[in-house]
Ligand binder design. Structure first.
Ligand code: 3H9
Length: 698
């Protein structure tokens, strides 16, 4: 039963146990109400501790209840009843006390926390705000700076920092419940008063309009496009300027508004999508998985080094193999430099840098990799070179060692064909910079066994990545979709859109940068070299005209100070280039393409409908388990705005499948089926009135 009472003298403990994270479901809310009632009506009880079993204190409201009206009592009602009840209440915080969980703790008079645990108000990540009086209580009990940062970033903070800010009263490294009972007894003995936070006031003078304007400015870049942070700020402004009874109404209004905002639906979709992506269909949740206690990485280049850092960061030793000592030393040197840069920013201690570096060792000898549980190959993107590596690995490492390739395009089935026991082989596609980007695209080859796949998905989580599974196809999920999107962007340039116009539209849509600026950043020579190996039927010759000419002029992108754009020395801001303009006009003339004004709407439709259409094909061919996995890939690997829910969610919910199909058919009539062929899946969904949610591949 939720809230069952255990009495220890004058102190009672109300226990909650709602695995896995003690989410505040209807039963928990009712349990809180009941526990308070029992404690208030029992003369022997002088203090009540709110405590949880399992891995954490309450991690927030039950998100699965969102979307339907919550069964009473609602959490705002519960926390109000708690904070007004005449019994002394102590919250025993541990694990990740988040959202409604932290708000429940703030409805208590005192808070004791386990050292090293975290508290936070992550609602903003779900598009909503701390609507159970969190926006009103936190700035009153802690301070406005702290409250604003916690609410607008959504990032959990250590309880030690929360204690410093005033939101936690005591931190213990001992037994939390024993210490909570002792604390409650101390409070009773000292006749400590109740401390309802709603009675506390804030010194208005310190937080004028200018203060809030400065704060808004300071987070503008990070919160671009998001509505929820601004709503939280308004609530805090109300907390500063109004008495609790009035400011809480502002919170209520903002909270209702946020729940109605499509951004909330999109962000909640992303929350569940990322967790769903971690699951292999048909594999039992409790299936035994392999343990990965040591890793080897082949190649100490930028990618290999970044990959290795992910494991060292979480305490897993990594052996890095290179062809010679010089390459090895260079690679390890770059890693050290990266760690030192982080240390200089104060985000890592010197001792931690040393500890991580000690986990990274180099070798030039394959036989030294024999004991690794997982080997990740990150060498030059060439089938023959990679095959050689895997042949050698197959002969040197243990037969149960998992073998992975970091290829971004090559066929993993073909690579697996040179390996003994190919069921242990798969792709682990990291995104550059590999130690920073959150996505890990995991490529399931034809023979990859489910337990190997699930092991790597769990490992992804352990190294703080978001894993998503793709099947074997050219470019897997992410790069295959990117090619559709980039191809339309390039056609639009030929038809008259200027690169900076196109990039600006994509940026305003919410992408971190436009696709043309991204090409300049990556280097135009990469595509150029790829095209050299192809014949002209295998790529879009008309679009390539611009890039081939630029490369041949030595304009390779940012690294040479000029590409599609011009760059001033030492400045990465792209500037429109007259050379590009001339080349595009030449190409249009040469290929008989009429240049015209291109609207913002057309840019969005052509780039993102094409992206979506490729996504539908990926799903149709079974190259992704579910549409939400595609969203996970595109948000975490390519910066698609999470508040739009990912390209698949956006297409279905913000635009509509039928409208997209109509437009794709219109585009096919104008541009021909070389560029536009509606995905059979899209046609089928529209014909049947189906939803992407119904598609589940195995
Ligand atoms: C809120 O509180 C609103 C109030 O302010 C106002 C109310 C009026 N509900 O992440 P994991 C599930 S909004 C339901 O893999 P971890 C999750 O789906 C809420 N389910 O574990 C997963 O299920 P499955 C504010 C939840 O150890 C399983 O638990 N709170 C909830 O890596 C394990 O999750 C948040 O936003 C939930 N609230 O991380 C916190 N939370 O196994 C959101 C988790 O079936 N949660 N689940 O896939 C988190 O950040 C992480 O889950 C947490 C644990 C850090 C707690």
């Amino acid at each position: 039963m939720q809230g069952s009472i255990e009495k220890r003298g004058a102190v009672a403990i109300a226990w909650f146990d709602n695995p896995p994270v003690n989410a505040i479901s209807h039963e928990v809310r009712q349990g809180l109400m009941d526990a308070i009632n029992v404690a208030v009506n029992d003369d022997e009880i002088k203090a009540l501790i709110i405590a949880c079993r399992g891995r954490t204190f309450m991690a927030g409201a039950d998100i699965t209840e969102f979307g339907s009206s919550p069964k009473p009592p609602g959490l705002p009602e519960v926390v109000m009843a708690m904070s007004e009840s005449p019994i002394l209440k102590v919250a025993a915080i541990f694990g990740t006390t988040l959202g409604g969980g932290f708000e429940t703790a703030l409805a208590c008079d005192y808070r004791i926390a386990q050292a090293g645990s975290k508290v936070g108000l992550p609602e903003v990540k779900l598009g909503i705000l701390a609507g159970a009086h969190g926006t009103q209580r936190l700035p009153r009990v802690a301070n406005v700076d702290f409250a604003l940062k916690v609410m607008t970033s959504g990032e959990p903070v250590l309880v030690e920092a929360a204690q410093e800010a005033g939101a936690v009263d005591r931190v213990t490294a001992g037994d939390l419940i024993e210490d909570a009972v002792n604390y409650a007894e101390e409070l009773i003995a000292a006749a400590a008063p109740r401390r309802p936070i709603q009675d506390m006031t804030i010194d208005k003078a310190k937080y004028d309009e200018e203060y809030f304007a400065r704060f808004r400015e300071s987070i503008a870049r990070k919160t671009r496009g998001l509505n929820a942070p601004e709503r939280s700020i308004r609530c805090v402004e109300a907390a500063v300027n109004l008495p609790f009874a009035e400011s809480v109404l502002v919170e209520r209004e903002m909270s209702l508004e946020s729940h109605r905002d499509p951004q909330a639906k999109a962000l909640q979709h992303v929350f569940f999508a990322e967790r769903q992506a971690n699951k292999v269909p048909g594999l039992a949740r409790d299936a035994a998985l392999r343990s990965i206690d040591s890793v080897a990485v082949i190649g100490a280049g930028t990618m290999g080094g970044g990959i290795a850092m992910n494991f060292a960061n979480v305490g897993i030793p990594v052996k890095i193999l290179e062809m010679n000592d010089e390459a090895l030393e260079k690679g390890l040197g770059v890693i050290k430099k990266n760690y030192d840069a982080t240390a200089r920013k104060g985000r890592l201690s010197e001792a931690e840098v040393e500890k991580r570096m000690a986990l990274l060792t180099g070798t030039t000898d394959y036989s030294e990799l024999a004991d690794a549980d997982l080997v990740i190959e990150a060498v030059f993107e060439n089938m023959d070179v990679k095959k050689e590596v895997f042949k050698t690995l197959s002969n040197t490492v243990r037969p149960e060692t998992i073998l992975a390739s970091n290829t971004s395009y090559l066929n993993i089935d073909e690579l697996a064909s040179v390996v003994e026991k190919p069921e242990r082989m798969l792709g682990m596609h990291f995104f550059s910079p590999a130690n920073v980007m959150r996505l890990l695209e995991i490529v399931r080859a034809e023979k990859t066994s489910p337990d190997v796949l699930a092991t790597i998905l769990r490992l992804a989580k352990a190294i703080n990545k978001v894993g998503a599974v793709a099947g074997v196809c050219h470019g897997f999920i992410g790069n295959r979709m990117l090619s559709g999107y980039a191809s339309q962007a390039n056609r639009l340039l030929l038809e008259g859109a200027a690169p900076h116009q196109l990039d600006q539209v994509l940026y305003d849509f919410g992408m971190p940068m436009g696709v043309i600026a991204m090409a300049d950043l990556a280097g135009l020579d990469i595509g150029y070299r790829m095209r050299q190996a192809l014949d002209e039927t295998q790529y879009d010759v008309e679009s390539a005209y611009l890039y081939d000419n630029l490369v041949e002029m030595g304009r390779l992108g940012q690294k040479t100070g000029a590409g599609v754009y011009d760059y001033d020395p030492g400045d990465r801001t792209p500037k429109p280039s007259s050379i590009t303009k001339k080349l595009l006009a030449e190409a249009a003339e040469k290929f008989n393409i009429k240049q015209r004004e291109i609207s913002e709407e057309e840019i969005i439709e052509r780039c993102f409908f094409s992206l979506f259409n490729v996504g539908c094909n990926i799903l149709h061919e079974g190259m992704a388990y579910r549409a939400s996995d595609i969203d996970t890939v595109y948000i975490n690997g390519y910066g698609f705005p999470a508040w739009r829910g990912g390209p698949m969610h956006w297409a279905e919910h913000a635009v509509g499948l039928e409208k997209i199909l109509d437009r794709i058919r219109e585009f096919a009539d104008i541009y021909g089926d070389k560029y536009w062929q509606p995905s059979p899946l899209l046609e089928q969904l529209v014909a049947d009135g189906g939803s992407l949610r119904d598609i589940q591949n195995s």
